[in-house]
Design a protein around this ligand. Structure first.
Ligand code: ZN
Length: 290
């Protein structure tokens, strides 16, 4: 292969025009994967699935060589499964159930969510509540792959350490052993750097730590973002590729790491479609085929 075609790379896309329009947009920026919100990121409701649009999206994706098993559907930011407020936890369960039901129409889709903020209840309560939410929304036969996103550890966020991510997985598998092996992880390069893991400077060392704490077999996707802040800042402010603390050399090490290079990478940098297209071209030029 030539010109970085082996790199699975895409960007966060708008789904406001439907699934087919989103696939066309992804292809127009030379993406072979993508991410989108399952519903308005700040609101709650979701439009009914348009069967014609879904069929057209499947046809376009197949023609472009885009697999739904490399595509990330992102839960709304308002999903906080470990909130102290019961109605917020109820919304998390209801919306995640609805999302997974819909995603079964696109088999193999990676369904990414933020494990939430414990808002003063303590990390161990947050871990238990997030695990309880997963236990009530997942079923052994589902085709959708649920991913826990690694977080920056801002405020009372849980998932800011690999140990907390692992603790959620362990709690789910302890309560429902039939779900063993079904939960994956999405590593966000800005978040882990902000959380204190020097993923750009010591890529392989951080992956060793990920492997010890969580297991690399769980890692299913990467959010590829630079960070406006230095390692350990606990901020979560994404920067365009090469302009932040991770830098182009660091990003190059990440996309070419032998343990990451087969995974789907998705940009969530502050950009429009034209900016994403440039970043994707740059990243393909930095990718070592072989
Ligand atoms: Zn992310």
């Amino acid at each position: 292969m030539e010109n970085g075609r082996g790199l699975l790379i895409g960007a966060h896309m708008s789904i406001s025009g439907g699934y087919a329009a989103m696939i066309r947009d992804a292809v127009s920026i030379d993406g072979n994967t993508m991410q989108y919100f399952t519903r308005n990121p700040r609101g709650g409701d979701v439009k009914a699935l348009d069967a014609d649009d879904a069929a057209e999206a499947k046809r376009l994706a197949e023609a472009a060589g885009i697999s739904f098993s490399h595509t990330i559907a992102h839960a709304a930011y308002t999903v906080n499964p470990c909130s102290a407020k019961p109605e917020v936890c109820d919304f998390a369960v209801r919306s995640m159930r609805e999302d997974i039901e819909r995603l079964e129409n696109f088999p193999g889709t990676l369904y990414n969510f933020h494990p939430g903020s414990h808002t003063g209840q303590g990390a161990s309560v947050g871990i238990e509540k997030t695990a309880a939410c997963l236990c009530s929304v997942m079923e052994p036969g589902q085709k959708t792959v649920v991913l826990i996103e690694t977080m920056a550890g801002k405020g009372s966020e849980i998932g800011g350490t690999f140990g907390e991510v692992r603790a959620i997985i362990d709690a789910v598998e302890h309560a429902r052993p039939e779900l063993a092996g079904m939960i994956g992880v999405c590593l966000d390069t800005c978040h882990v750097s902000d959380a204190g893991y020097d993923i750009a400077g010591d890529t392989e060392g951080v992956l060793d730590e990920f492997d010890r704490e969580i297991g690399l077999e769980r890692l299913r996707a990467v959010h590829l973002n630079d960070s406006k802040n230095p390692v350990g800042a606990h901020k979560d402010r994404h920067e365009v590729i090469g302009s932040g603390a991770l830098g182009l050399d660091g990003i190059g090490r990440i996309i070419n790491s032998p343990r990451l290079r087969a995974l789907p990478f998705c940009l969530e940098t502050p950009n429009d479609l034209a900016g994403y297209k440039k970043e994707i071209a740059l990243l393909r030029s930095m990718y070592h085929e072989g």
